[in-house]
Design a protein around this ligand. Structure first.
Ligand SMILES: Cc1cc2nc3c(=O)[nH]c(=O)nc-3n(C[C@H](O)[C@H](O)[C@H](O)COP(=O)(O)OP(=O)(O)OC[C@H]3O[C@@H](n4cnc5c(N)ncnc54)[C@H](O)[C@@H]3O)c2cc1C
Length: 264
């Protein structure tokens, strides 16, 4: 919008863009092509993915299907792993360079309307009202603002997953040996089957430059029904005989959790 000449204010409650965001995270190049055709040249990407594995677990075994292509080792690549704390900060900077005005550490508290039309937002800053012709709500899976103004009804727990993730530090060389990669090549493993005591869930292991993103997302209604704690499920997944070996020697550095909208 800023590139198109509009005056844009971008409001973020975190201390910087990326501070509050969680993703596995694999990003598809095609989604960025229009704005950033050579995204790998500037963006803080972790690895370009050349192999995608699918594991279906039983209690003590797994079935594995994978796809690796030489095509993905070359530009323009296909998919990338990212760490949102770094990627989102860069992404917001691109918006700023195009002319958007970034306001951080600011929570939008409400929508300001007049005669049935949205004309701005109020924030938690003193004199923090901001007026605009158009307000775009992009406050994530749990948009309380969309609910508040009736754009969306309360989201059902069966349509939400709670995902937890650890960033596990591992030296570059070890990652490359273990996943059969060279330099900045990456691999992803999506994990199904007996991964969360049979609840509706997906696990993942993604390679970053010198860490692995290891996580699990479980449908919220199942967590409630079975009174399961997501961090216990992640521990159980990490201790599965097949997974234990692939993350062995890694050192957990960060723990993150977030909701994901599921089910349309
Ligand atoms: C563990 C996990 C793994 C995932 N893996 C992948 C993956 O590999 N690939 C993929 O494509 N997707 C993945 N997803 C989904 C992806 O993360 C989300 O779809 C994406 O982050 C949604 O983006 P968003 O901008 O809508 O919301 P968010 O990323 O949640 O951004 C919302 C922003 O709004 C801010 N905000 C919220 N409320 C307010 C307020 N009132 N005032 C001011 N600011 C506010 C927040 O601080 C935040 O920065 C994953 C999600 C999780 C949790």
């Amino acid at each position: 919008m800023a590139k198109a000449g509009l005056k844009v204010a971008l409001i973020e409650r975190g201390s910087y863009p990326g501070a509050k965001n969680v993703m596995g995270g694999v990003i598809y190049r095609q989604a960025l092509d229009e704005q950033f055709p050579n995204v790998w040249e500037d963006a803080p990407l972790e690895r370009y993915i050349i192999e995608q594995r699918y594991w279906i677990l039983s209690r003590d075994s797994n079935i594995s299907i994978s796809h690796r292509s030489e095509k993905f080792t070359k530009k323009p690549y296909n998919r990338f792993t990212v760490l949102r704390a770094k990627f989102d900060a860069w992404y917001a900077k691109q918006a700023e360079e195009a002319g958007a005005y970034l306001i951080t550490k600011t929570v939008v508290k409400d929508i300001i309307s007049c005669d049935g039309q949205v004309i701005g937002v109020s924030t938690d800053r003193p004199d923090g009202d901001i007026f605009a012709d158009v307000v775009i709500l992009c406050d994530g899976a749990n948009s309380l603002l969309a609910e508040k103004i009736g754009l969306r009804s309360k989201i059902k727990t069966k349509n939400l997953a709670l995902a937890v993730k650890e960033i596990i530090h591992m030296p570059r060389g070890k990652i490359e040996d273990r996943f059969n990669l060279e330099s900045d090549e990456g691999a992803t493993i999506d994990i199904y089957g007996k991964v969360a005591r049979g609840m509706q869930s997906t696990g993942f292991i993604y390679t970053n430059k010198d860490s692995l993103s290891v996580g699990i997302g479980v449908v919220l209604s199942d967590l409630v029904k079975y009174r399961a704690k997501p961090y216990e499920l992640l521990e159980e997944m990490k201790n599965h005989p097949v997974i234990r070996r692939i993350i062995a020697g890694g050192e957990p550095r960060e723990y993150l959790a977030h909701m994901i909208p599921e089910g349309g």
